[in-house]
Design a protein around this ligand. Structure first.
Ligand code: NAP
Length: 469
């Protein structure tokens, strides 16, 4: 925890810009405002709406996770903090422009792309990333027009067994009547009401001991009413390496116990929907449907076995040369998110993160040097892992680095900060959204939602959002 407050050596305020208004951005702003009495913090976001992943990523049936929005709103109301929505780093404003205007720039814009498998057939219609599906049901304006066919098949395959995979499988399998009282986008609710999908395969390339989900989320999907759960007993046989992994990891142990318990009641429910946990299968290629040209009709999997990876205890999936096809009409790839670099930003393409030491961006020219006044936080800093609260600790670390460096930052060299940003946005004719503009959107969404028994009815298109201003 940063208990100390620090003030600048001169009367010039410390001008800080945080890029991204998700959890990492808001926690950084909050810590920055607390730590530095003279800091003025501007948060920019490419969307007109704030809160990033809390609005576009958290599942609609997890309202308790969204309560953190109240805390973030209090930060936005701080007189030293301003929100600038509809301002996109890269297209509205460049990184070098931001660095000229502000003493400190913290990049916290997350991971807005996906890892790819790089296998044959990935471009077939009906193969989507889980992120696209999540953005679609959460009313993200980039995906409100997504063509998603839920009516031509009864089977979906979800690749990956992390919490995002569980989220998307749950949304596919849960009763739409239950979802109707959430803030799910209305286009998604309508499509799910008409969906013919009855069976979902959740496929992991490794075993039940390595399933990447957490116990709470697993318990939730296993508790869906009238859902048949299929887990093969044979997949639950543990090796000594598995035992070792479980001994060192309480979550893995709990997840395995839950899967074992669910397997013992496998096939005992007479529900109309089915969830199949499929282990030890890695996707080899996507198969084209034999009756719909250009559409996916299944996945060709290679069976796997686990091999130890040195002393790390991490077991990797290796192919056995045996294959199996599973038919389906929809695939959601839930194998991890990926950050996108912007011009002028050092970027590690293999890891998909900005090289940094405790949030300080490492120079691309000299790895022993940090970039002046440039920091990262959140998924862009550490990769796409962790829960919302993980960003709180992450922001603490980045702000602590800023604290250490601030004495070296030339506060005597005038930086226009907010004034400069406003000038630039005006000269580029960018129609930015303030937090008050967001409050208008918020009010309208809640008003329409209350008429339908929902917490809010999201505005889901760019046109509708931009019209509010
Ligand atoms: P994740 O937890 O990293 O899971 C990724 C999954 O994809 C793993 O099962 C992984 O298997 C698999 N995978 C990766 N590359 C693959 C490949 N080439 N072929 C086949 N499978 C592959 O990522 P996530 O589910 O996207 O979640 C991101 C973060 O958000 C996580 O920390 C998660 O806990 C968090 N989250 C939390 C909640 C919640 O708290 N309710 C909800 C959503 C997300 P291997 O293990 O074999 O690599």
């Amino acid at each position: 925890m940063i208990a100390r407050k620090f003030t600048s050596a001169t009367s010039q305020s410390l001008r800080v810009c945080v890029v991204g208004s998700g959890p990492a951005g808001f926690y950084t702003a909050e810590k920055m405002l607390k730590a530095h009495e003279g800091a003025e913090v501007d948060i920019i976001d490419r969307l007109p709406t704030p809160f990033g992943l809390v609005r576009s990523g958290v599942a609609p049936d997890h309202p308790e996770t969204k309560i953190v929005i109240n805390q973030f709103s209090r930060v936005a109301h701080n007189e030293r903090c301003s929100f600038f929505g509809n301002v996109s780093l890269g297209s509205s404003i460049s990184l070098s422009e931001l660095r000229q205007i502000y003493h400190v720039v913290v990049l916290a814009y997350g991971a807005e792309s996906d890892r790819v498998l790089g296998i044959k057939g990935e471009e077939l219609k009906g193969v989507h990333s889980a992120r696209e599906f999540v953005w679609w049901y959460n009313g993200h304006p980039d995906f409100s027009n997504m063509t998603l066919d839920l009516k031509n098949t009864d089977t979906a395959i979800v690749l990956g067994q992390g919490n995002v995979a569980l989220d998307v499988a749950r949304i596919l399998l849960r009763s739409p009547t239950e979802l109707a009282t959430t803030d799910i986008a209305s286009h998604a609710l309508d499509a799910l009401r008409e969906s013919s999908i009855r069976k979902v395969y959740l496929v992991g390339r490794r075993g039940p001991v390595q399933a990447a989900c957490t116990a709470k989320e697993l318990r939730e999907i296993l508790a869906i009413k009238d859902l048949n759960i299929n887990i093969k007993e044979a997949d639950l046989v543990k090796t000594s390496a598995d035992e070792e992994e479980m001994k060192n990891n309480r979550i893995r142990k709990r997840v395995f116990e839950l899967l074992s318990k669910a397997s013992s009641t496998s096939g005992q429910t007479s529900g109309q929907r089915e969830l199949d946990f499929t282990f030890f299968r890695k996707p080899d290629k996507f198969l084209e449907s034999d009756h719909r040209n250009g559409y996916v009709g299944g996945v060709h999997f290679e069976k796997t076995t686990l091999k130890g990876n040195g002393d790390s205890g991490y077991q990797i999936a290796t192919g056995t040369g045996e294959y199996e096809d599973i038919k389906c009409g929809l695939v959601l790839k839930s194998i991890g998110y990926k950050s996108i670099p912007v011009d002028g930003l050092p970027f590690d393409h293999s890891k998909g993160v900005v090289p940094n030491i405790k949030g300080r961006v490492i120079s691309s020219y000299d790895v022993s040097e940090a970039e002046d006044g440039l920091y990262v936080c959140g998924w862009l800093k550490r990769g796409p892992t962790g829960i919302i609260a993980t960003n709180l600790y992450d922001a603490e670390e980045t702000v602590a680095s800023i604290y250490e460096d601030v004495s070296k930052i030339e506060l005597t060299s005038r930086k226009p900060g907010r004034e400069g940003l406003l000038e630039l946005l005006e000269s580029k004719k960018i129609k930015f959204f303030t937090f008050d503009d967001w409050k208008k959107i918020d009010f309208e969404e809640k008003r329409v939602g209350s008429l339908k028994g929902k917490p809010r009815e999201k505005l889901t298109t760019w046109k509708d959002l931009l019209q509010v201003k």
